[in-house]
Design a protein around this ligand. Sequence first.
Ligand code: 3PG
Ligand code: MG
Length: 395
Amino acid sequence: MRTLDDLDVKGRRVLVRADLNVPLDGETITDDGRIRASVPTIKTLVDRGAQVVVCAHLGRPKGKVDQKYSLKPVAVRLGQLLGQDVAFAADVVGESARSTVESLQEGQVALLENLRFEPGEESKDDTVRGEFARKLAELAELYVGDGFGAVHRKHASVYDVPKLLPHAAGGLVVAEVEVLRKLTESPERPYVVVLGGAKVSDKLGVIANLLTKVDRLLIGGGMAYTFLKAQGHEVGRSLLQSDQLDQVRGFLNEAAQRGVDLVLPVDVLAAVTFASDAEHDVVDATAIPADREGLDIGPKTRELFASKLADARTVFWNGPMGVFEFDAFSGGTRAVAEALVASDAFTVVGGGDSAAAVRRLELPEDGFSHISTGGGASLEYLEGKALPGLAALED
Ligand code: 3PG
Ligand code: MG
């Protein structure tokens, strides 16, 4: 993959595909991690005298303009972090975008409006996507792919534009890929993966692949209840994907055959309802009352998971252990995060909710070897899938 050092950017207009998909509460950015992670590449281009045109998506507006998903607040935050103004274009490839990029001087930065306001960005029709990609490419002379969190998407800005312009990978993409390569090629053992989050259906591919690679697989969060049910336990009103029970039984069998230590919760916090102040008790994972739902792993499980992590040499963690947004049910996620911080293993937090949890629970970010910006992207990489955005950069 070519890097920034392979591009001569001085005095040239460079389109940077970043991942600035941050959580918003109204117009307030509640976690600016992805914006911060995008700054170094943009700063490098600024320092080298490029005219920097940043493009990105926010949320899933599905091809329609919806001000709720405007990148305007992101332009303001990016400007603060860069310490310079970021011009904001009110459209993606229209009049505003064209005049905004034309007025850029060397070292100046502009941000285009949300790519996903344009139906061409995500279109499955190669011609429609290609047409939009051509308009985007016309805004610049060079392309830098730095939106790691979106490299698993076959979208115009990720997959098609690099075919139209001389291109390179930005520093964030290079760093993320280096970490993932380390996890897949020769992880030091024991290699332990911790998976959580609501749905097992989102992680079928990655579980299947990890069972051939890891020494231990610890499962918590909402998806654990489908595993407990597959073992024949009642899970009350906990999250359950009944249509995945056969798959999950298959995973349990395969783990046993391969000698992978697949570790499930032994106790849970069982609540009377899904609420931050819900009345709850610690119960055995094999005895969840019919009218309760599990919202976090219990204290014995936290200890068990910590002990399974204690001698690890490599750890990948994706997905919270419980409803960490509610303080009362954040203890399991905190316990896993703390076990990683305490460990001197190579520890990787895989994007999305787990990265948000690390910041929300105010854990030291430097206590981890790497906190990824890409949830879905890192899972698909570990699944062994070809990522369209990386393939396009390698060409
Ligand atoms: C993410 O938030 O995982 C990335 O920004 C990609 O967003 P998407 O899942 O909506 O494609
Ligand atoms: Mg550590």
